[in-house]
Design a protein around this ligand. Sequence first.
Ligand code: F3S
Length: 66
Amino acid sequence: MKIRVDAEKCQGHNRCFVLAPDLFVLDDYGYAQADNDGIVPKGEEEKARLAIANCPEKAIFIVEED
Ligand code: F3S
């Protein structure tokens, strides 16, 4: 599974980072990017889906499903 944060949609709500701190990194302004080139480690898929569902801006996307 691979995910991506749309930088134009992200408004820095940080719910993704709170729910799945291993999957996202924040810049100095609090905007998120997917960590590890967006590759979600095995077993972390549900956390990724939780983050996707909880982003108020719908800024997180699945790029590839396994
Ligand atoms: Fe941005 Fe959504 Fe996370 S707005 S910081 S991708 S919760």
